[in-house]
Design a protein around this ligand. Structure first.
Ligand code: PRE
Length: 175
């Protein structure tokens, strides 16, 4: 029988760059909490690294991924990057505040309150990972993710520290 081209063979999977833009925006929201966490820890002797809290975050997002229909293993991999990027921001700020004490925060946020905010952003991020599943598997992902990060950097006037961390936070989103 003659081969007929079916629509399934020719129809391109639609690629929605706005979905990755949302994801990059949420990553930037999460990174902005690094400033609050750093201010909460500055001058208290509390270490930037808290492996117990990290494991709680990873367990919670894996569970949330199962509920939302995102791949739990990929979600955990992406959140490891989110956490590393958050620590890069905190370390960068600590360096800055040591070098220029006048720039150090004068108000200390409550770390538990900041973590509640992080939890809410984590939920939104997992939903966004579920929503971007198709985009993240497509070959356009890398270019679109880089463009989304550049757009967020520009719109939010991110400094170098936060811009580099944003790229770091998105390292594993494609593929
Ligand atoms: O909650 C903290 O103490 C943070 O520093 C935030 C965060 C995170 O990104 O979720 C980052 C580093 C810590 O090791 C634990 C968690």
């Amino acid at each position: 029988a003659p081969h007929r081209t079916t629509s399934a063979e020719t129809a391109a999977v639609p690629f929605r760059p706005g979905q990755l833009r949302t994801l990059a925006g949420l990553s930037a929201d999460r990174l902005a909490t690094g400033d609050l966490v750093a201010a909460a820890k500055w001058g208290t002797g509390s270490p930037i690294d808290d492996p117990v809290r990290e494991q709680q975050v990873l367990n919670a997002v894996a569970e949330q991924a199962r509920e939302d229909g995102a791949d739990p293993a990929a979600t955990v991999r992406i959140f490891r990057d989110q956490i590393e990027a958050n620590k890069d921001v905190q370390r960068g700020l600590f360096r800055r505040w040591k070098a220029r004490p006048a720039e150090a925060p004068t108000h200390r946020p409550d770390l538990n309150e900041v973590r509640k905010k992080i939890n809410r952003i984590n939920d939104a991020l997992v939903r966004s990972l579920a929503a971007t599943g198709p985009e993240r598997a497509q070959h356009q992902c890398r270019g679109a993710a880089a463009a989304a990060a550049a757009q967020v950097r520009h719109e939010r006037r991110l400094d170098h520290l936060h811009a580099v961390a944003l790229t770091r936070s998105l390292r594993s989103v494609c593929g």
